[in-house]
Design a protein around this ligand. Sequence first.
Ligand code: SF4
Length: 768
Amino acid sequence: MSASGPTEDPRDDLRVTPPKTVAAGVPAVAHAIEYSLAQAGPQRTLLTLLSLNQAEGIDCPGCAWPDPKHRHKNEYCENGAKHVNDEATTRRVTRAFFAEHPIAELDQKSDMWLNHQGRLTEPMVKRPGATHYEPIGWDEAFGIVADGLNALASPDEAMFYTSGRLNNEAAFLLQLFSRAYGTNNLPDCSNMCHESSGSGLGETLGIGKGSVSLDDIHESDLVFVVGQNPGTNHPRMLSALEETKRNGGKVIAINPLPEAGLFRFKNPQKARGVVGRGTEIADQFLKIRPGGDLALFQMLNRMLLEAEDAAPGTVLDHDYIAAHTTGFDDFAAHARTVTWEHVLTATGLTRAEIEEVHAQVLASRRIIVCWAMGLTQHKHGVPTIREIVSFLLLRGNLGRLGAGVCPVRGHSNVQGDRTMGIWERVPDRFLDALAAEFDFEPPRAHGYDSVAGVRAMRDGKATVFVGVAGNFVRAMSDSDVTEAALRSCSLTVQISTKLNRSHTVCGETALILPTLGRSDRDVQASGEQFVTVEDSMSEVHQSRGRLAPASPDLLSEVAIIGRLARRTLGPGGAIPWEDFEADYALVRDRIARVVPGFEDFNARVAVPGGFRLPNPVNSGVFPTPSGKAVFVVNQPDWIEPPAGHLVLQSLRSHDQWNTIPYAMNDRYRGIHDARRIVMVNPDDLADLGLADRDLVDLVSVWTDGSERRAEGFRVVAYPAARGSAASYYPETNVLVPLDSVAEISNTPTSKGVIVRLEPAGAAGAAVG
Ligand code: SF4
């Protein structure tokens, strides 16, 4: 099949209704219950929802938004309920299913169809030359992986990918196994999303994490929500912003699309959310061009400097700048050169809009900037984050209540996995601690990130791919190249809960190793286990499965990784894999000795709600080389499409979780029964000579002159920013070349794709 999409073609079923201007409310509850009951039935739905996000319950796999201190009985959103019950489904993928469906046939199915087949139930193998997966015992499966790894000329010919679903204990063991085996090839989904945040924050503040807590959000005078769609991707953030508003704070939303959750929120937990109009969220909305955020913050910084000139000693926090920062003079000199002409072109905003933001900034003592992939997945994503840090430093908006940086992460433990050492460039101090604790010398050379990993497989430098959780082939950019790279491997191994496209894109030998989900009860030799996760605000807490496992033949991720390690590394060594599998508390004891901030881990995580990892920035300590926060000079950068072209951003629909659509709808945006659509401003459509519902191909054009095509998209006239377009991920991943990445972070530039819209079939007609 074409990597760009499923064969089921819903184009002609497209139905469009007006986009919603209010998020959540009773309809959200109804949709959550309807989906949950259809997947998991009444009994399992009741069990999951009663324990979801409770102190001793299941941590929601939906996103990384933190739990409040005082929890309601129903502490979840529509999407959280859907995600956990999608995992708790009663549907099963059995050996009979695999006997009935050849892999080539499964490869023709859509992401949604594959997911809806249900939970995997036993290990399966595709042997060399086979057309089908067949059952295999765990022991033989581990032997195939061990033999495959041990046959490589170098450990660096293998890679161990993970997504943010993995819990802390399993993540710690995965990186330990990888390094004991001999490689730092530990790509993860963070490489594709918030790597620019980590790079930008690490360079300027010395730590690649957010600094704020929920209390900060509640107490802030002004919260910026930039490049982010909280109503779909982190819905309970709206409850926090509702609190901000009730406390008198303001919200400014900046995004190319006017998303429902940015405007009004009806909190279904509150009577006013059920019967009233709900809470207005954004006091001001800026419909910015994709990639214009760097220019906007550069102008806001120039305006702060000029306001200080006009009223010395009243705008900037000179004491903070002098005590805690370096680079101010160079930064300020450069900031004054930013021109209105450039900023208005780059942003598509008016001067009056930006002046209104500036006035609000001057009126606010405590400011937070939140962001997501609308900033990070651009070529200049890292400079944008650095500019935001400078914006906050100018007025001392770090380290005090109601102020700070807030990268909002999408996958539930993506931040925790990085803390546990899932990082191809982990610092030497982490490796030193690992060496001391486990008595081996870890490799020091940096490993492959996701983009470098695909290049390595494509070029024959890596031939064994082990994926723990996630759906690598659909998450990565350049779908055709990524698929070919995976198919060229001698061995692909996917440790998964449900069927996905990464199982149909096989190496010569392919294994599916089915694992327990977050919602499954996990019983080991020492008794029932819990695992831990770290959310977007560095809170570490328990997650405990409540349901009978989907099959008696499942193993936990901790068990699978430990057994793979034992089989690959052989007997002996100082790592007690069997003990770790028997009692996860023993893993946490070791984490406590290796990872800073986890001292006394078992005792502290036993407290309901867990504990918060320290962020030195909040104590005025910046672990940068200079020991201070850094103002960085960023050269102006924005996306300037040639005439007749638009800047496309890929995004998720409301009825979608990461790479997996749950339905063919995008309820908040009013798109129904279709996914191959492209949203474009009506005025741009008129300029391009196109009409609403025209059928087009998306053709991306790149600086090296190459073009890529995704065929058959229905145009939807939509109130997007002028000059922009939006379409769904992963169908549009095919448009982003592997080498189109953000500076420094290497994140694929999925939010800044220059495209032209060609009438569908024009390419074939021209050739023919
Ligand atoms: S906000 Fe995120 S973590 Fe919370 S219930 Fe919703 S999807 Fe789950």
